[in-house]
Design a protein around this ligand. Structure first.
Ligand code: BGC
Length: 446
């Protein structure tokens, strides 16, 4: 078979997020986060699971870094828990919280692993939620205060930063659908949240530039390529609208300094009138060093009279699906990469999450033969490679996730890891996909 070889310096990594792996939810002065509050509310999470202990990464990070090293990862993407640093959201910092991330970062560096840190992966301090959370513009200032403190402590040693992880999910699942913390169900509110998050992103980009660090900074969006279910005009329009709501609502202000008109009109037909100031749009459109995105599946979309568009992936019985019910369709990644390249001025791109949940079982001989995950990653790397060959500036790829962890509303029922975690004993076991990925990294290709 012909070898697929990636560019020299391609970043091979894997990712986690604080609330999903750390545990130690009330240790060493950490404040309550909205995810602590949400998961402690009965009925919100499958099986009433919580992140109280999760993978106990907070206490086991040294062993986990040994595993990262064993896998040969070039980079590890983790997130910083804001309420560990500022238990009240702002004001007095908690040195013990900051110290954890310094120890973690330094140990990564000592092992030759590039730290890649996300400032916000959803665990807002509950104290700030009590004042309105992301609906309150003061949170933008608090995010700057928190980020500035983190930069002062880690800015010299962390070369790669992500301001936010998936603003769409925070806005939509957290404030329109209510399936994520803080559990609000108001679409108009969700648009204000998305906007305030984008403004906070822009302000933190400027802050980072003003502080004169040498690293690179960007944002991690969740993007999906949208295909019309048929070539009928109404389906083509529906897919474009759905693209607007998920993708362009974030990409356009970041790169073009405006929100997509067709989506604003869609909302106004539903009596939601979105406006914002020119000043805010200027702030959002700060040049970023890279656009990172998390992607799992594309979506097929058709017209629906009531909602104007509807996703139909669940009806696609002929396609393979993961444990999340998500379709396996690697062409979607190729099409997405090409489209970002074409429509947004050939940005540097990073796939900050890609991966799949499957029902992994440990064999009698102690192995986890997760062939379907290997195949998923293989196919998505092949799609990525094809795009790179055609000139797309893709710089890196992070598997979601380093290890099985707390999968938000699904609790511990979904396993995405390259490393298996037994949630009774917290024992870690590298899956076959982990060994396979190690090999890919060693060969810089497949
Ligand atoms: C998130 C992760 C999550 C993963 C799988 C992304 O939306 O950033 O935190 O676990 O997808 O659902």
């Amino acid at each position: 078979m012909k070898k697929i070889e990636f560019p020299k310096d391609f970043i091979w990594g894997s990712a986690t997020a604080s609330y999903q792996v750390e545990g130690a939810y009330d240790k060493d002065g950490k404040g309550e986060s909205i995810w602590d509050r949400f998961s402690h509310t009965p009925g919100k999470i499958e099986n009433n699971d919580t992140g109280d202990v999760a993978c106990d990464h907070y206490h086991r990070y040294e062993d986990d870094i040994k595993l990262i090293k064993e896998l040969g990862l070039k980079s590890y993407r983790y997130s910083i828990a804001w309420p560990r640093i500022f238990p009240d959201g702002n004001g007095k910092p908690n040195p013990k919280g900051m110290d954890f991330y310094k120890r973690l970062t330094n140990l990564l560096l000592e092992n030759g692993i590039t730290p890649a840190a996300t400032l916000y992966h959803w665990d807002l301090p509950q104290k700030l939620q009590d004042k309105g959370g992301w609906t309150n513009r003061d949170t933008i200032e608090y995010f700057q205060e928190y980020s500035s403190f983190v930069f002062k402590n880690l800015g010299d040693v962390v070369p790669m930063w992500f301001t936010h992880n998936e603003p769409f999910v925070v806005a939509f699942l957290g404030h329109a659908l209510g399936s994520h913390a803080p559990g609000e169900t108001d679409t108009a509110m969700s648009l204000d949240v998305a906007h305030n998050i984008l403004v906070s992103h822009g302000k933190v980009i400027s802050l980072y530039r003003d502080m004169n660090y040498n690293g690179k900074i960007g944002i991690a969006l969740n993007l999906s390529h949208k295909y019309p279910a048929s070539q009928k005009e109404e389906d083509v329009k529906a897919a474009w609208l759905s693209d607007g709501i998920l993708n362009r609502w974030y990409l356009d202000p970041l790169f073009k300094g405006s929100y997509p008109k067709d989506v604003i009109e869609h909302y106004s037909r539903r009596n939601i009138n979105f406006t914002c100031s020119e000043e805010d749009l200027k702030i959002i459109k700060q040049p970023i060093d890279f656009l990172a995105f998390n992607t799992y599946e594309p979506e097929f979309v058709k017209y629906n009279e009531e909602t104007e568009f509807v996703g139909i992936n669940s009806e696609l019985d002929n396609l393979e699906k993961t444990e999340m019910g998500w379709i396996v369709y690697p062409q979607g990644l190729y099409d997405l990469l090409k489209r970002l390249d074409k429509d947004y001025g050939k940005p540097n791109l990073i796939i900050s999450e890609n991966g799949a949940a499957f029902k992994d079982v440990i064999d009698g001989d102690g192995n986890i033969r997760d062939d379907r995950r290997i195949n998923y990653i293989y196919e998505h790397l092949a799609s990525s490679h094809r795009a790179i060959e055609e000139g797309v500036n893709l710089k890196g790829y992070y598997v979601w996730s380093l290890m099985d962890n707390f999968e938000w509303g699904f609790g511990y029922s979904k396993r995405f890891g390259l490393i298996h975690v037994d949630f009774d004993t917290l024992k870690r076991t590298i899956k076959q996909s982990g060994y396979w990925y190690k090999n890919v990294i060693e060969n810089n290709g497949i």
